[in-house]
Design a protein around this ligand. Structure first.
Ligand code: GLU
Length: 447
């Protein structure tokens, strides 16, 4: 139960946003965390901060017509939710996946506000995407879709207004088509208007790796706070996209043994440790299925169709696939198998019940808005490089990312302690992320 003021506001959010369960879930988690500071900060209530925060500043929904390879006209739906610009231009990725709808984009945009605030960099929160499914589409089809998508979106973007990037289904290829279209439509080489760009045309080293690296670094920080480390530990990773691949790489660099990867068809377990090159070849180059990994890897690996990757015994879990992929049953299995730390590479991959299981068992749990903030933080570093027409080295950029992740970890821990919930990274992240945004909104007045 929420306290009565928070409950009233939450009920209002439910009434105003029917049929959007993921959005409700994200809002509720933040509201629950804020109970600990309610009484200390009457000004947040006086300024109706929560009511204002739950309502996006602007929501754009548009038609995306395009012609497929057979000459048939297809129609998808495009979204951009410009959620909150208290700390900087709207910033957040674009997701192309059939599950995308307004509720999903709002949940992701809402999370992004606090995540971006936690990075300490000047970026507001937003998110966008489409129900377009790039899987099985030719390059030409993806290009025509991106061109049509940007034909509408470009008028809402700008280096100081809204800066999209990638998310599920949107990588360097899509960002290339989107940037090319923006450039042509506006006649401006405005590099800082999109992040996740290719390295030859304004992209930043480490951006591709940043989300996965950051999630592993956050886990290492949580372990260190408990006098533990990755050294010799079995690491379970779900997903096999951009986040998962680089979480695996960093987990290995930190001395762990990453043993799993998955996609929507099932998962692989590799007792010798995931062969990163093979995984990259199959997923990044060939855009193939995870089952092929086991076929090509030999005896150490097996593919399990369907099933849950969380059944595999592991010491550290890095859920890096998608929202609500790890439920209470899986959480109980992980706890039973002795998991020490869970660091969310994806956005909201653990259900609220799963988080409760981890909390009650005293497992170190890093919520996505803290643990996966490395991606968007490095996007902000890409914007810095674009603004100064500079390009930093890999080592320098990685050092900045590592420092940012350590700062986020320390901020979460200190804030949790300060509000009387020591070791609770969820409360720490939500309170710390929220306070900066709320204080800026108060400073700006009712706008
Ligand atoms: N989609 C990523 C996220 O969930 C990155 C967003 C960005 O770089 O703007 O944070």
């Amino acid at each position: 139960m929420l306290d009565s003021t928070l409950q009233d506001t939450y009920d209002h959010v439910l009434r105003r946003n029917p049929g959007e369960p993921e959005f409700h879930q994200a809002v509720r988690e933040v509201f629950e965390s804020l109970e600990v500071i309610q009484n200390r900060h009457p000004e947040y209530q006086d300024h109706s901060i929560l009511m204002r925060l739950s309502e996006p500043e602007r929501q754009i929904i548009f038609r995306v017509p395009w012609v497929d390879d057979k000459g048939v006209v297809q129609v998808n739906r495009g979204f951009r939710v410009e959620y909150n610009s208290a700390l900087g231009p709207y910033k957040g990725g674009l997701r192309f996946h059939p599950s995308v709808n307004l509720g999903i984009v709002k949940f992701l945009g809402f999370e992004q506000i606090f995540k971006n605030s936690l990075t300490g960099l000047p970026i507001g929160g937003g998110k966008g995407g489409s129900d377009f499914d790039p899987r099985g589409r030719s390059d030409g089809e993806v290009m025509r879709f991106c061109q049509s998508f940007m034909t509408e979106l470009h008028r809402h973007m700008g280096e100081y207004t809204d800066v999209p990037a990638g998310d599920i289904g949107v990588g360097a290829r899509e960002i290339g088509y989107l940037f090319g279209t923006y450039k042509r439509l506006t006649n401006r080489y405005e590099a800082g208007v999109l992040t996740g760009k290719g390295l030859d045309w304004g992209g930043s080293l480490v951006r591709k790796e940043a989300t996965g690296y950051g999630a592993a670094i956050f886990a290492a920080e949580m372990l260190e706070a408990r006098d533990a480390s990755f050294e010799g530990r079995r690491v379970g990773v779900s997903g096999s996209g951009n986040v998962a691949i680089y979480a695996i790489e960093k987990a290995r660099q930190l001395g762990g043994l990453p043993v799993t990867a998955s996609d929507s068809s099932g998962y692989v377990v590799d007792e010798k440790g995931i062969d990163l090159e093979l995984l990259q070849q199959i997923k990044e180059v060939e855009r193939g299925r995870i089952a092929e990994y086991a076929e090509r890897r030999g005896d150490s690996a097996r593919f399990v169709a369907g099933g849950s990757v969380w059944d595999v015994p592991m010491d550290i879990a890095l859920p890096s696939a998608t929202q609500n992929e790890l439920d209470a049953d899986s959480a109980r299995t992980l706890v039973k198998n002795g998991v020490l730390a869970v660091s969310e590479g994806a956005n909201m991959p653990c259900t609220p019940d799963a988080v409760t299981v981890f909390r009650e068992a005293g497992i170190a749990f890093g919520p996505g808005k803290a643990a996966n903030a490395g991606g968007v933080a490095t996007s902000a570093l890409e914007m810095q490089q674009n603004a100064s027409r500079d390009a930093w080295s890999f080592a320098h950029t990685e050092e900045r990312l590592t420092q940012i992740m350590k700062n986020i970890h320390a901020t979460c821990l200190e804030t949790a302690e300060e509000v009387g919930r020591p070791g609770d990274y969820v409360v720490g992240a939500n309170v710390a992320g929220f306070r900066k945004v709320a204080d800026a909104m108060i400073a700006f007045g009712v706008i």
